[in-house]
Design a protein around this ligand. Structure first.
Ligand code: NAD
Length: 369
């Protein structure tokens, strides 16, 4: 069992991400070291995670007083009402700061559980076991917790770091293909925003990863991807500037999702994949990147059968609506739409460098076929 390890060390935290295949057995030893006073453990589980993992966790943690809480996940789980319910349950069992909440699920379950962990008794120990590719490469890193509000997604939350993240690729066997593609969108993004040959590696290995779910390739892709996210988070934990680079393709994506009323017709990852291509086409029109860069990116989409064309889904009127939604993005700090664009593979524009008025963007996007 080979385990890859990434240590996250910044002003507020110091913890590790462990990545590998069948690595849950490492947990008891880690807990002994990281939370030596713990007596109680709440395992908060996504109901779609195969039950063998629940059994295994209960077995390896049998020396603790373990409580399990299972949830069917949807964005509706990320609500104050549900947070309050789980918090009250933990309080009724007398959980205190030295005890542990372990989240076992995708980004929804992770965001929700981490928020609960951050507010019960002003913060109990939190361990994250992400079980989707997206949560392994994205949402489990960076300390953002949160729930939704009637005003929008993820508008209420805290920054709260886990004591440990365990990304076990064996969870990915049961994940639907569409969810694998969702995680792949973030992996591709990470390969585009830092110069380190990751994109070239991904070009060679994507098919094996997406179609065969090769465990070694998945482990390496998660490791390389996490390293990129950690780089940005460590430089800018509170998201004051540089971390916004991670938003590449996402301003388009959020607006596409909002225009579709967050229906499953286009899921988040699919919207990010379309968004990254739109941002790159825009970069080409604005002469920020060359045709070669655009073609290089297109090639990886085509070879892996990934859709990038928003014309399949949207009319001209819809596209204008999407731009209107882009105006509401919480990363805009004035009336203009702040976009991260691509200079070349491995280099983006700086946050705040390119801003468009609503009309400018509508006029330019008309030119994109
Ligand atoms: N905190 C952050 O920094 C951050 C970053 C990105 C996204 N997010 C949040 O993450 C959420 C999306 O996360 P996600 O893409 O993981 O979606 P998700 O949590 O909805 O999981 C996707 C689907 O997979 C199922 N599932 C989970 N693990 C499984 C497994 N091992 N086998 C089979 N099915 C499984 C879930 O039940 C769900 O149906 C959004 O709420 C988003 O806002 C947070």
């Amino acid at each position: 069992m080979q385990i890859k390890k990434i240590r996250i060390k910044n002003l507020t935290s110091d913890y590790s991400i462990l990545i590998g295949n069948n690595i849950l057995n490492t947990i008891p030893k880690k807990i002994n070291k990281l939370c030596p006073q713990a007596k109680k453990i709440a395992i908060v589980l996504d109901k779609k995670v195969p039950s063998k993992f629940k059994k295994k966790l209960k077995k390896i943690l049998e020396k603790y007083e373990v409580y399990t809480f299972e949830f069917v996940t949807s964005e509706k789980l990320k609500s104050f009402t549900n947070v309050n319910r789980l918090a009250e349950k933990l309080l009724s069992k007398n959980f205190n700061r030295s005890d542990i909440l372990i989240a076992v699920g995708g980004g929804i379950l992770g965001d929700f559980s981490a928020f609960v962990a951050s507010i019960v008794k002003r913060g109990i120990n939190f361990i994250n076991i992400p079980t989707t590719l997206l949560s392994q490469v994205d949402s489990s890193i960076g300390g953002k917790t949160g729930v939704n509000s009637s005003f929008g997604k993820n508008l209420i939350g805290t920054f709260y770091e886990p004591k440990l993240v365990i990304s076990d690729v064996s969870f990915l066997k049961s994940l639907p293909k569409r969810e694998i593609v969702c995680g792949y969108a973030e992996i591709l993004k990470h390969s585009l925003i830092v110069k380190n040959n990751f994109f070239r590696w991904l070009k060679i290995n994507s098919k094996e990863m997406l179609e065969k779910r090769n465990q070694n390739i998945l482990t390496s892709a998660i490791y390389k991807s996490c390293k990129v996210k950690v780089f940005f988070v460590n430089k800018d934990f509170r998201e004051k500037g540089l971390r916004m680079t991670l938003n590449f393709g996402h301003t388009f994506a959020h607006a596409i999702e909002a225009k579709n009323k967050f229906s499953k017709k286009i899921n988040h990852g699919e919207a990010v994949l379309i968004g990254m291509m739109l941002a790159t086409k825009l970069s080409y029109i604005k002469r920020i990147c060359t045709k070669k860069t655009l073609e290089d990116l297109k090639d990886i989409y085509i070879k892996n059968n990934i859709n990038y064309d928003w014309n399949k889904f949207f009319t001209k009127r819809d596209k204008n609506k999407i731009v209107d939604f882009m105006n509401n993005d919480k990363k805009n700090n004035d009336k203009k739409i702040n976009l991260i664009l691509l200079k070349n593979i491995g280099k983006t524009t700086k946050p705040g460098e390119y801003k468009f008025t609503n009309q400018q963007l509508k006029n330019t996007l008309i030119k994109i076929n």
